[in-house]
Design a protein around this ligand. Structure first.
Ligand SMILES: Nc1ncnc2c1ncn2[C@@H]1O[C@H](COP(=O)(O)OP(=O)(O)OP(=O)(O)O)[C@@H](O)[C@H]1O
Length: 479
């Protein structure tokens, strides 16, 4: 039979075990935090303190910002234990809050309550920013029942970043990783189904570096081929693309006639591809099957685009010829942008000039993605991004002229209305040069690839390309 002392000892022993386990858990948790803290950089350490302050102050702050609910109905427990007959006090409910951190600030998830949802949190965002000492706070909802509150202590747009390309084949074809938005969230844009992108901005604000990143990230894929017209240089060995020429199947400098030949060649490729796409793949768009080594995505970069399109005024024969070439160049590029999507052709136009003739509006308006680094005037911003930018003053690139914003662009992202600002990373030239060198062997001429796939006579205009029988029996004809 158990003595009462034994029972007492047993209870003490069990209690001591619980306390011991609790202490071990506390020590382990503290050690985990100490290690985490010591391993963090200075910015992240500040965020760790910030997150702790937010957790500590939330119960007081939430009711002050009307982010709490009052429940007047007593709980069953409260009603049962109310023996003195006094009215039961209503309960003040405070949304549960979980806070994590990163280098730039905090990410909090708050539970919604009756009458306290996305709208109420969004209304309180400016006050949350003040109370949490954040530069800005954004509230979004990714699932019913809770909201995500992103608070940035430091403005991510003002911190230059660097990108080191991995040299690996990208997991997704045509996903352009751009950088971080104003809440330090990664931004990318899906360029499948996108035939044209425009990039504008004052000289020296990061246009070429942005394109450098695209080249560095995409070059390891054999399913992408590049061509370039760089209006800033006369020869391939000069300028920003000198290293990239080895990974390009065509390159021209500022010569209008040479550029004209390249654009014609691209339009011809577009035409032949359009004819053969359905015949070969039984699809209307190459994006239904995806680009491949045999039928790669062809990216045409036109840098300093104004060189090729600008209006030449004068009546002497030389000027007239240049004017005619410029007009034809614009028409050819318009054709590519209007009809290139389904056959896997993408045109990227960059310019530092910001007048209507730098990238003609009829081309700009058919490019679904537009970006602009800093601009000097409101008119220049409109020329770069369209009239709509006037309705989004916060994102207007005229506010990006401070040197702290070198590398920051405003963009109309296809997935949301309006414009967002993005901090793009800098890609140091040696990194890009390494990728160019190691991927040079992947360069292939898409014309040649088509010929290898089909029949050289696809280029023959006298052959009726809509009738594949014309091509199917070359030997029989010869016989
Ligand atoms: N994303 C960036 N972050 C930080 N610094 C950058 C970034 N991009 C560019 N820079 C700095 O600005 C300089 C000019 O960049 P870049 O050549 O890309 O400008 P650009 O707009 O193409 O100029 P231009 O119109 O004269 O060709 C770079 O050498 C680099 O020092």
């Amino acid at each position: 039979m158990k003595e009462p002392n034994d029972t007492l000892e047993g209870a003490y022993g069990f209690g001591a075990l619980i306390v011991g386990l609790g202490l071990v858990a506390l020590v382990a948790w503290t050690a985990w935090w100490v290690v985490r803290y010591l391993r963090a950089d200075a910015m992240t350490r500040q965020s760790i303190w910030q997150a702790a302050r937010i957790r500590r102050g939330w119960k007081r702050l939430a009711p002050m910002l009307k982010l709490s609910a009052t429940d007047k109905t007593p709980t069953a427990m409260a009603a049962l234990s109310n023996t003195n007959g006094k009215p039961i006090k209503p309960r003040v409910l405070v949304p549960a809050l979980k806070v994590t951190h990163d280098a730039y600030g905090v990410i909090a998830r708050a539970a919604c309550l009756p009458g306290v949802g996305l709208e109420q949190f969004q209304k309180a965002a400016a006050h949350l920013a003040d109370a949490w000492r954040c530069t800005r706070v954004a509230v979004t909802q990714d699932k019913p029942g809770s909201v995500v509150i992103r608070g940035v202590r430091l403005d991510p747009l003002k911190f230059p970043t660097e990108h080191r390309p991995t040299g690996d084949v990208p997991e997704e074809t045509a996903r352009w990783d751009l950088g971080l938005d104003e809440y330090a969230q990664p931004v990318s844009v899906n360029l499948t189904q996108v035939p044209g992108v425009t990039v504008a901005g004052l000289p020296g604000f990061g246009k070429t570096s942005l394109i450098n990143r695209l080249l560095s990230d995409w070059a390891p894929s054999p399913a992408v081929q590049f061509a370039c017209a760089d209006g800033k240089v006369s020869a391939a060995y000069e300028g920003d693309y000198a290293d990239w020429v080895q990974r390009m199947f065509a390159f021209v400098g500022d010569d209008l006639e040479e550029a004209n030949k390249l654009f014609r060649r691209m339009v011809e490729l577009r035409r032949v591809r359009s004819t053969w796409l359905r015949e070969i793949f039984s699809v209307k768009s190459i994006w239904d099957v995806g680009p491949s080594e045999d039928w790669p995505l062809v990216v045409l970069i036109i840098d300093e685009a104004h060189t090729y399109f600008r209006d030449h005024k004068g009546s002497d024969p030389k000027t007239k010829k240049l004017a005619a070439l410029a007009a034809e160049n614009a028409r050819l590029v318009e054709d590519l942008v209007k009809k290139g999507r389904s056959v896997g052709m993408l045109v990227i136009l960059a310019t530092q000039k910001s007048t209507g003739d730098a990238i003609p509006t009829f081309i700009r308006d058919v490019c679904p993605v537009g970006m602009s680094f800093a601009q000097k005037t409101a008119e220049a911003a409109v020329a770069a991004l369209g009239e709509e930018i006037r309705e989004w003053p916060d994102a207007n690139p005229i506010n990006l002229q401070d040197p702290a914003y070198v590398g920051v662009a405003s963009m109309n992202h296809p997935s949301q209305p309006g414009f967002i600002r993005i901090r793009t990373p800098y890609v140091p030239d040696p990194y890009a040069a390494d990728v160019a060198k190691s991927t040079a062997h992947l360069t292939a001429d898409p014309d040649g690839l088509l010929e290898a796939l089909f029949d050289p006579r696809i280029w023959d205009k006298n052959v009726d390309l809509t009738k594949s029988d014309d091509l199917a029996e070359p030997d029989a004809d010869a016989a």
